[in-house]
Design a protein around this ligand. Structure first.
Ligand code: SF4
Length: 429
C-alpha cells in the first residue's frame, strides 16, 4: 500500500459497534479484513434475496435520516428520485467541512468499504449505474484510500459490470473538491461536479427531479450511506435500538474542553450531558460553559438534557459538539464561527455576502471594547434578516450561533461593552 498523508490519531469509541465496528481501530481496514468481519454480506443478501423495492421499504421503515445535517428522511428522498425515469445518479457527499465536524472522515479513512458497500446497495435500490463520491480537498488521505478501496472492490467483482454475476452494474468515481464549504450544499456540489463554479442552485427543481446533468440524482452523506449495509444486515434489530422514529446508530464528533475528544457512536436516546460524559467529562476539572453545535447554534448548561435525536426539540444536525469551558469567551468563539461563515459565503446572495461580513465586524467591536448597546440591536437585526434573503443552508444557518448567544449569554455582550471579559480572554494588555 502507498503512503497516505496526514491521517490524524483520532480517538473513536462506541457502545454499540455498528458504524464504528471496525473504524474504532486506529488504522485502515482493507477488503480482506472487511470481508472476514462480515463485510459485503449485506450486498450479497441484497442482490440474491431482496428486490430494489424491498430495500427502499427497509430504508423507509428504518426511519434513517440524512446525517449530513438536514436530517431529511432518506427513504422519502429515494422515493422522489424513483418517481423519475432512468438514468439516475447516486452521489455521496463527503465534503464534510462544518466547524468541529470530523465523523465522516473516520469512516472514509478507516472503514472505506462500509461506505462503498452502502453505495452499491443504494444504487441497486435506486436503479443507478454510476455513482460519485465528492470528497473535500482537505482530506487527501481519504481521497487516496477511497480510490484504492474502490479498485479493490472492482477486482473482487463488487463494482463494475454484472456485479456478483447478476444483471446489476454499477461503478463509483471519486471527485476531489477544492476547499469550498459551500460545495457541501447538494446543488452547489452538483454544479461543481459538472465542472462549474460551486454556487447553489435555486430550488425547485430539486436534485431528485433534475440533478447531475439534468438527471434524477440522490445526494446522501457518508454516514447516511454507511447505515445501509447495517439496515440490510440487521433488519428489525436496527429498529429496536434508539428512540421511536429515530432508530439506529449515530456518530458524534466531540472536540474542545473534554478529556477525550474524538468520534463517539451511540443511539440517539442519549442526551448532550451523557455524550459529554462519554468523552470523559470536562477537561482538567474545568466548569462547563457552552456547546457550539457546528452551524446549528449554541447550547448552555440549561440545555444539557437535550436529546441527541432529530425531534423538534432534539439536537439534530451532524451531531457536532464543540465544548467550551469557563475560561472560553463566548464572543471570541462567535468570532471564530463568524470568520468561517464570512469566508465561506459564496457571495451569490447579498444578505449573506454582506450580512456575514457585518456580523463579523460587529462581533469584533465587542472584543475590541468599542461596541455599544446599539450594536446588540444591530446584531439582532442581522440575525433576523440574513436568512430571509438567502437561498441556501449557509445563509439560513450563519446567524444561528449569534442568535442563540444573544439569548443565552446576553450578559457577556453587556460585560464586553464595559470592557470586561468574564473568561479573561479579551482586553489583555
Ligand atoms: S446563502 Fe450565502 S452561501 Fe448560500 S448561495 Fe447565498 S451567498 Fe451563497
Amino acid at each position: 500500500m502507498r503512503y497516505y498523508p496526514n491521517i490524524p490519531d483520532l480517538n473513536a469509541n462506541s457502545s454499540i459497534n455498528l458504524l464504528l465496528k471496525r473504524a474504532k481501530e486506529n488504522r485502515t481496514v482493507w477488503i480482506e479484513e472487511y470481508e472476514t468481519t462480515g463485510g459485503y454480506s449485506a450486498l450479497k443478501k441484497a442482490l440474491t434475496k431482496l428486490t430494489p423495492e424491498d430495500i427502499v421499504i427497509m430504508v423507509e421503515e428504518s426511519t434513517l435520516r440524512g446525517r449530513g445535517g438536514a436530517g431529511f428522511p432518506t427513504g422519502r428522498k429515494w422515493r422522489f428520485a424513483l418517481a423519475n425515469p432512468k438514468p439516475r445518479y447516486l452521489i455521496c457527499n463527503a465534503d464534510e467541512s462544518e466547524p468541529g465536524t470530523f465523523k465522516d472522515r473516520i469512516i472514509i479513512e478507516r472503514d472505506p468499504h462500509l461506505l462503498i458497500e452502502g453505495m452499491i446497495i443504494s444504487a441497486y435500490a435506486l436503479g443507478a449505474e454510476l455513482g460519485f463520491i465528492y470528497i473535500r480537498g482537505e482530506y487527501p488521505a481519504g481521497y487516496m484510500i477511497l480510490e484504492d478501496a474502490i479498485e479493490e472492490a472492482r477486482k473482487k467483482g463488487y463494482l463494475g459490470k454484472n456485479i456478483l454475476g447478476t444483471d446489476f452494474s454499477f461503478d463509483i468515481l471519486v471527485y476531489r473538491g477544492a476547499g469550498a464549504y459551500i460545495c457541501g450544499e447538494e446543488t452547489a456540489l452538483i454544479e461543481s461536479l459538472e465542472g462549474k463554479r460551486g454556487h447553489p442552485r435555486l430550488r425547485p427543481p430539486y436534485p431528485a427531479n433534475e440533478g447531475l446533468f439534468g438527471r434524477p440524482t440522490v445526494v446522501n452523506n457518508v454516514e447516511t450511506l454507511s447505515n445501509i449495509p447495517i439496515i440490510v444486515t440487521y433488519e428489525s434489530y436496527y429498529m429496536s435500538i434508539g428512540p421511536a422514529g429515530y432508530y439506529g446508530p449515530k456518530l458524534f464528533p466531540i472536540s474542545g474542553k473534554v478529556k477525550n475528544p474524538g468520534v463517539y457512536e451511540s443511539t440517539m436516546d442519549i442526551t448532550l450531558r451523557e455524550l459529554i460524559d462519554m468523552a470523559g467529562g470536562m477537561k482538567d476539572g474545568k466548569k462547563f460553559k457552552a456547546v457550539f453545535a457546528g452551524a446549528l447554534g449554541v447550547y448552555s448548561e440549561r440545555d444539557l438534557d437535550t436529546p441527541m435525536d432529530y425531534s423538534p426539540k432534539g439536537f439534530g444536525g451532524t451531531g457536532t459538539t464543540i465544548v467550551l469551558a469557563e475560561d472560553d469567551c463566548i464572543i471570541d468563539a462567535l468570532i471564530v464561527i463568524g470568520e468561517f461563515f464570512h469566508h465561506e459565503s459564496c457571495g451569490k446572495c447579498t444578505p449573506c455576502r454582506v450580512g456575514t461580513y457585518e456580523l463579523l465586524n460587529i462581533l469584533k467591536k465587542f472584543q475590541e471594547g468599542t461596541a455599544t448597546e446599539k450594536d446588540i440591536k444591530y446584531l439582532e437585526h442581522l440575525c433576523e434578516n440574513i436568512p430571509v434573503g438567502s437561498i441556501c443552508g449557509l445563509g439560513y444557518s450563519a446567524p444561528n450561533a449569534v442568535r442563540d448567544a444573544l439569548k443565552k449569554f446576553r450578559d457577556e455582550f453587556y460585560l464586553h461593552i464595559e470592557k470586561k471579559c468574564p473568561a479573561g480572554v479579551c482586553f489583555k494588555e
